[in-house]
Structures are given as C-alpha cells and as structure tokens.
Design a protein around this ligand. Structure first.
Ligand SMILES: [Zn+2]
Ligand SMILES: [Zn+2]
Length: 307
C-alpha cells in the first residue's frame, strides 16, 4: 500500500519564486494528511493532483502565520468545489479560536463541517485502526508541535506451503489466516495464524519536526523513522541566528537523523536568502548521508519493508 509524501511548500517564513509556504501532504490509502497549511496551499494541491473531496486531516504545528494562513483559502476552495466530507483540523491551543474567528467574519458558504481538535498535551492525538498520529512539543519561539505518523504493525508474511501442509484448503480460510484470525477446519482442528504466518511486520513511521531548534528528546521521538522531515532554515554558518529564531541548521538536523537511526532525512523550511541549497546538502551529508533538500512538489514514496 502506497504512502507518498508530497512537499507542497518548502520555504520558511516568506515565499520565494520557487518555494511556497510550509505544507506537506501525505497520501495514504485514499486519505490525505496535510501537515501545516501555508498560504496558497490549495493551488499547490491542484498541481500535485490532490483532491478537495477526499477524507482529509490537517495537522498544524504552530500558530505562526507561515504555517496556518493557508487554512482560510483551503476552506474557501473546498467550499466552492462543494466538499461534503468533514475536514478535521488538529493544532496547538488557539487553532480553535482562529478557525472560529475566520468562520464568523469571512463569507465562506461552507458546504462541509469542520472538526477542530485542540492539542494541549503531547501524546497520541489521532488514532485509527491502521495508524496513529503522535504529537511532541518541539523547541521553537512559540508553542510548536512535532508530529509522527506511525502505522500499526501488519500481520506477518503468509506461507501458503505451511497452510497446505496443515490441510487448510485454499480459499476464504487462507484470507482469514492472512488477516490474523484463527480458522476451524472441517475435521475439527484449529489452525492459528502464527502456524502459517511469519513474525508481525512493522508499519512505517514519518516524523515532521515543524519549526524547531535541536532539542533533547527529538531523536527518541524520531527513533527508527523511515523518513524524518526536519527544519533546516539557515545554513551552518548562521547557527547562532538559527538558535535565536528557534530553528535548526543542516548539520543539526543530520545529527538528530543519525542519533535517531532514521532511514532518510529531508530538509525543509528553507530561508528565502538561499537560492542554492547545494551547501545544505554538503553540510548535512557529512554527518548523515541519506539526506535530500526538499523542493516544492517533490514527491517521496515511503515503501513498506518486509521486516
Ligand atoms: Zn515557519
Ligand atoms: Zn515558526
């Protein structure tokens, strides 16, 4: 099952001709999970082939304008497209008041309900049968959340030869075993899933830091992630300035990636002062090789691994 991450906006603070404001779309099984909602997000969604009608959850990291001001435009475009499904919005305290204020003052003509989940505490903020989204307080100049999308383990690999050897006839009983349910055979014997399946396989994990300085605990939160999407607003040469503004540098992001043992690192929230990000790659890859710098509409597939 495909899990695709599309970087809709990769700038920090202000847009540039090449970069829109922060917004990262994850497409998973017909559902869209949007992390941050920078201005112009709906146009980027159109360019990325995303839908205004699908099931969708929006997770806002913090209330700085570059991360949240795309919500009104997105709501308006969805209404004009006649969206009917609810839109779920998760975010830090004030997200509720923000959405309520714009709803009271802008003539949206909304065609769909909006469900707002204000997050006051770190932990699991959204849980479905197949995945959870966890939030963790980052270290920025405003209260800001990092998020992890964590898929639940899947049943292990199915071994048809084991099922045959145990006399389970091919057909619906195989399906039941594959889904992790025991089956009863016509002769009265019960075959358990563990008799014909390998060990459970881990799901995927994607972590998005939002705006943050490096901080204690982040590597643990991001541990073993398949993909770490990290703030890298300023280059290493401006580390002091990055710290003052509550941001990270490529080297700092790479240090966390290394410590967390993630598979891949993507740097984002790039300051408008950089047109060439080659130095960012160089700085990060010295510490963590499997790094790329995000650009608008970059699409990254996160594969399922069999272990
Ligand atoms: Zn920002
Ligand atoms: Zn910020």
């Amino acid at each position: 099952m495909s899990l695709k991450v599309i970087f809709l906006g990769t700038a920090g603070s202000v847009p540039t001709p090449k970069r829109g404001l922060p917004a990262i779309l994850m497409k998973r099984k017909g559902e869209q999970l949007l992390f941050d909602c920078g201005e112009g997000v709906q146009r980027q969604m159109i360019m990325a082939g995303a839908s205004f009608h699908k099931e969708m959850k929006v997770f806002i990291t913090h209330m700085h304008g570059d991360h949240v001001l795309g919500l009104p435009g997105l709501m308006q475009t969805m209404a004009l497209h006649g969206r009917e499904k609810p839109l779920e919005v998760y975010g830090p305290p004030e997200i509720k008041r923000f959405v309520e204020c714009i709803r009271e003052t802008v003539q949206f003509g909304l065609t769909f309900p909006i469900e707002i989940h204000e997050i006051c505490e770190a932990g699991v903020v959204c849980e479905t049968p197949e995945y959870s989204v966890q939030a963790f307080w980052a270290n920025h100049v405003a209260p800001s959340l990092a998020y992890a999308l964590v898929e639940k383990p899947r049943p292990g690999r199915f071994y048809p030869e084991k099922a045959k050897a145990l006399g389970v006839p091919e057909g619906p009983l195989w399906g039941q075993l594959q889904r992790g349910k025991p089956v009863k055979l016509p002769d009265g014997r019960t075959v358990k899933p563990e008799d014909v399946l390998g060990p459970p396989r881990r799901g995927r994990k994607i972590v998005y830091t939002g705006d943050t300085r490096p901080f204690e605990g982040l590597a643990e939160f991001a541990a073993d992630a398949d993909l770490l999407i990290h703030d890298a607003t300023l280059g290493d040469e401006l580390a002091e300035r990055a710290y003052e503004d509550g941001h990270s540098t490529p080297s700092q992001a790479a240090e966390t990636a290394k410590k967390a043992g993630v598979k891949r690192l993507v740097l984002t929230h790039i300051s408008a002062r950089y047109e060439d990000t080659a130095p960012f790659l160089k700085q990060a890859r010295k510490i963590f090789k499997n790094t790329i710098v995000a650009e608008d509409l970059l699409s990254v597939e996160v594969p399922l691994l069999d272990k």
